[in-house]
Write a protein that binds this ligand. Structure first.
Ligand code: TYM
Length: 334
């Protein structure tokens, strides 16, 4: 088994990233057997699609590295690196751009969402983004890619590119990867709007729980989270058509390691005035140790850089044979 996943180092790690993806990364790392390997990286090359100044980008990469280690990624057991230190990703992206079709990219909902109305004004990078993501995955022949629900379409594209490349060049080079998407927390929604996903780019900080939020901020965000006036139902079926209630119960269930049905049974008939403090406590207990560790780690840039450099050397060595075989399959002499 080869596990690979990435996160954009733009802004803070939030609860959606943690429950949707990173918790699964840590679980897969911890359950890894001797024949398996885990690769986790900071998608800084993808982050060029968001304008940032040099200093901010450098800080963001180091902070996200600290956040992942704080969340439980162990750089001695997993290969942890930033994409820009491993040029094989960008090289394979170019090779795969001959295989990916414009029609496929035109269907990507993330591009449509991020480009907004001004399609002509969007960067080429934003459009080609999913091809680089395919290269990230295929260059390591990853078998399992733990992500949240929003990345499913990009994963399907990576599968299509792998299959078409193998067929077009008559090789059995790329492994067709499987997404690993959690059942309960695949899509954590905004605390202000149960129909929008929790996201780094939401202008309202009240919409998300950040790794850097202190205990009071977490309690306040939960207290102010949007809800409806109905009490909690006795089973999860009663959450249908109540997106905010559904989201909060889902977060509670994930953190408590139980099901939405069990949470409803526990709080049946009670209002959010009773439920929210319990959810706040759970969140505070889950986030506090991570935040403390993160704050320590981010004070030592040299140590973080050393982790990423070491990871990049291992990643480059793992990527090189596949990259070489791709050039060769295409008749590109080096
Ligand atoms: P990114 O940085 O937006 O998010 C990182 C991971 O967090 C998950 N996630 C969520 N899960 C549940 N609920 C949410 N509200 C939520 N918000 C984010 C994402 O699904 C993701 O797993 N394109 C990717 C980064 C990437 C990548 C890759 C991932 C680049 N190359 C190769 C996997 C494999 C992205 O922007 O994720």
């Amino acid at each position: 088994m080869r596990v690979l996943s990435g996160i954009q180092p733009t802004g803070n790690l939030h609860l959606g990233n943690y429950l949707g993806a990173i918790r699964n990364w840590v679980r897969m790392q911890d359950e890894m057997d001797a024949d398996s390997q885990c690769f986790f990286f900071l998608a800084d090359m993808h982050s060029i699609t968001v304008h940032e100044n040099r200093e901010q980008r450098i800080r963001n990469v180091r902070d996200m590295a600290a956040a992942l280690v704080a969340a439980g990624i162990d750089p001695d057991r997993s290969v942890l690196f930033n994409q820009a230190r491993v040029p094989a990703h960008a090289e394979l992206c170019w090779l795969l751009s001959g295989t990916a079709r414009i029609g496929w990219l035109n269907r990507m909902t993330q591009f449509k969402d991020k480009a907004g109305k001004d399609r002509e004004g969007a960067s080429v990078g934003l459009f080609v983004y999913p091809v680089l993501q395919a290269a990230d995955i295929l260059v390591y022949n990853a078998t399992h890619v733990p992500v949240g629900e929003d990345q499913k379409q990009h994963l399907e594209l990576a599968r299509d590119i792998a299959t078409k490349f193998n067929t077009d060049f008559g090789v059995d080079l790329f492994t067709v990867p499987d997404p690993t998407i959690p059942k309960e927390s695949a899509r954590i929604m905004s605390l202000r709007d149960g129909t929008a996903k929790m996201s780094k780019s939401d202008p309202s900080d009240m919409s998300r729980i950040n790794l850097t939020d202190d205990d009071d901020a977490i309690m306040q965000k939960v207290r102010k989270a949007k809800t409806d006036p109905e009490p909690l139902p006795d089973t999860a079926i009663g959450l249908a058509g109540r997106p905010e209630a559904n989201n909060l119960v889902g977060i509670y269930a994930t953190l408590a390691g139980t099901t939405p049905d069990a949470v409803c049974a526990e709080f049946a008939g009670k209002g959010f005035g009773a439920f929210k403090p319990a959810l706040g406590e759970l969140l505070v207990e889950a986030m506090r140790p991570m935040r403390t560790r993160f704050m320590e780690l981010r004070t030592d840039d040299a140590a973080l850089d050393a982790i990423l450099e070491k990871g990049a050397a291992k990643a480059s060595a793992a990527a090189e044979p596949t990259l070489r075989a791709a050039y060769d399959a295409m008749g590109l002499m080096r």
